[in-house]
Design a protein. Structure first.
Lengths: 231, 270
């Protein structure tokens, strides 16, 4: 494709080695682990169950409630345990990314809780979290229209790359780093997109196409892991 | 408000007690038997030290992080120790988001005292400049799946993570910790491991290492942290009283169990 050299020697459209496993939390109704290289996320689903407190109940449809949390020692600089502004936003974004694939309309007054924890972080943690959560939801038997897969596209100087790692996230040469986490349903519907940096409309369109292609690869890994527990 | 959390049913409670009266348990263990201990160290690359501990279906992750800070006025030549525990909502339908509730606070404090009072970490060796700069050791405990006895699992995890830890590099001139770059130096710890073991009283019976159901119907518990037969911290939890005879039995039971658990830990750490 190009001669662009990534810090870890990957091709520009090459994801880090992925691992996925279903059923990592026996107590949960559904659970899964998803790993991009050194980034490890686990997710557990509880529900559908009655929503508490009562005033948060939606009498018309079920509610999806996601919580994203990084373990204090998942990063090199210890994070104080407990929620932060960042984790609160990612929790919400994760819910938005997953909800279009779910069919929880009939669960009026009920909630499906998804708890995502990052055990080890090397960038793209929200994408790994969404991938794990989607698998955990399927494992829990929550009715779904489709699978959901997430990847971060990076623009390093002028070059687009897939599945950004920490070194790439901190890219300073040329135009620096632009980080674009994107989530697709397997059908090709976009359910989540964020961007920090600088990019032209034309290149963003390319980035979205690139994400679509990578999400198909991720989907295969998710599907294989889910098949294993079904057997 | 209706309780959405499934507690152990009365029927299960009666059956557990019936079994115990014949010295039996649901999973085939004897009352004084500990489950197999599986320890995996170095499970998080960005931590200075880390461990995963499994006791049956119970699983905890423990990570050690370090930072340079000022010492407390009453210990100017000693490093600081901070232990926190989070009972993740991921690990049980009973745990909720929000500020730590009593069980998590107690868990962190009991493990903290076990390590602190046994003097397992040689905190005076973590002094960089007396009265000004010392290392702080953070031990963070997370539950991944609660099937009873998170307390003892956390204690084992803390020891394993501490033994696995390497001190980060520190640029003294710039007064900066180079996070992510670890030295070859381990955290100075003693050879004797401070092992926390909890005995539970159910009716007239004493058991060790309860599953979730057994822990639910436990009337009172005693956690003892000891290393090589020497007790350094204790906690009696829950409100049921104990006779002196029962307390003596607990002490004997835990002393016996400590040796067994020590061997299991040694084996698993190798």
């Amino acid at each position: 494709m190009t001669n662009f050299k990534r810090p870890d020697g990957r091709k520009v459209d090459e994801l880090r080695p992925m691992k996925a496993k279903v059923g990592v939390v026996p107590n949960a109704d559904g659970s899964a682990m998803f790993q991009f290289g050194d980034t490890i996320a686990i997710a557990a689903v509880y529900g559908p169950k009655k929503m508490h407190p009562q005033h948060m109940q939606d009498p018309e449809k079920g509610t999806l409630r996601c919580t994203y949390n990084m373990l204090s020692f998942s990063v090199t600089d210890r994070i104080r345990p407990g929620p932060s502004r960042r984790s609160t936003e990612i929790s919400k974004i994760t819910g938005w990314a997953l909800e279009p694939a779910l069919m929880i309309d009939k669960y009026a007054n009920m909630v499906v809780d998804v708890h995502i924890n990052i055990l080890q972080a090397n960038a793209s943690t929200r994408c790994a979290g969404i991938n794990a959560a989607a698998m955990a939801l399927a494992h829990a038997g929550i009715p779904m229209k489709d699978m959901v897969s997430s990847v971060s596209i990076g623009k390093l100087d002028k070059q687009l790359v897939v599945d950004v790692n920490k070194k790439e996230e901190d890219w300073e040469e040329g135009e620096g780093a632009t980080d674009i986490p994107i989530t697709f349903t397997n059908n090709g519907e976009l359910t989540h997109l964020q961007l920090d940096g600088k990019i032209t409309t034309k290149q963003l369109k390319e980035a979205i196409e690139l994400a679509r292609k990578s999400c198909k690869e991720i989907y295969e890994v998710q599907k294989e892991a889910l098949k294993k527990v079904a057997e | 408000m209706e309780n959405p959390i499934e507690m152990t049913s009365n029927l299960t409670a009666i059956r557990i007690k019936e079994y115990l009266s014949k010295d039996k348990r649901f999973d085939g263990r004897m009352p004084e038997n500990f489950r197999d201990i599986i320890i995996e160290t170095g499970i998080s690359k960005n931590a200075e030290g880390s461990a995963r501990v499994k006791l049956g279906n119970t699983e905890v992750l423990v990570g050690v992080k370090m930072n340079v800070s000022t010492p407390y006025p009453d210990s100017p030549n000693k490093g600081n120790l901070m232990v926190t525990a989070e009972l993740l909502p991921l690990s049980s339908p009973r745990f909720e988001n929000g500020p730590p509730k009593f069980p998590a606070i107690e868990l962190g404090r009991v493990i903290d005292r076990g390590i602190r009072e046994s003097k397992f970490i040689e905190l005076e060796k973590l002094c960089i400049k007396e009265g000004e700069k010392v290392w702080t050791v953070f031990i963070d405990i997370y539950s991944i799946n609660d099937d009873g006895n998170l307390l003892d699992a956390a204690g084992i995890g803390a020891i394993a993570a501490l033994k696995n830890a390497k001190i980060p590099k520190y640029d003294e001139k710039e007064d900066k910790v180079l996070f992510g770059e670890l030295s070859d130096e381990s955290i100075p710890v003693k050879k004797e491991l401070p092992i926390s073991i909890t005995a539970h009283k159910i009716g007239k019976n004493l058991i060790i290492d309860p599953t979730r159901d057994e822990e639910d119907i436990s009337e009172t518990r005693v956690t003892i942290c000891s290393s090589d037969g020497e007790i350094s911290s204790m906690q009696k939890g829950d409100s049921e009283s104990l006779s002196i005879e029962e307390m003596n039995n607990i002490l004997d039971l835990i002393e016996k169990t400590e040796r067994v658990v020590f061997k299991k830990i040694e084996k698993s750490l190798k």
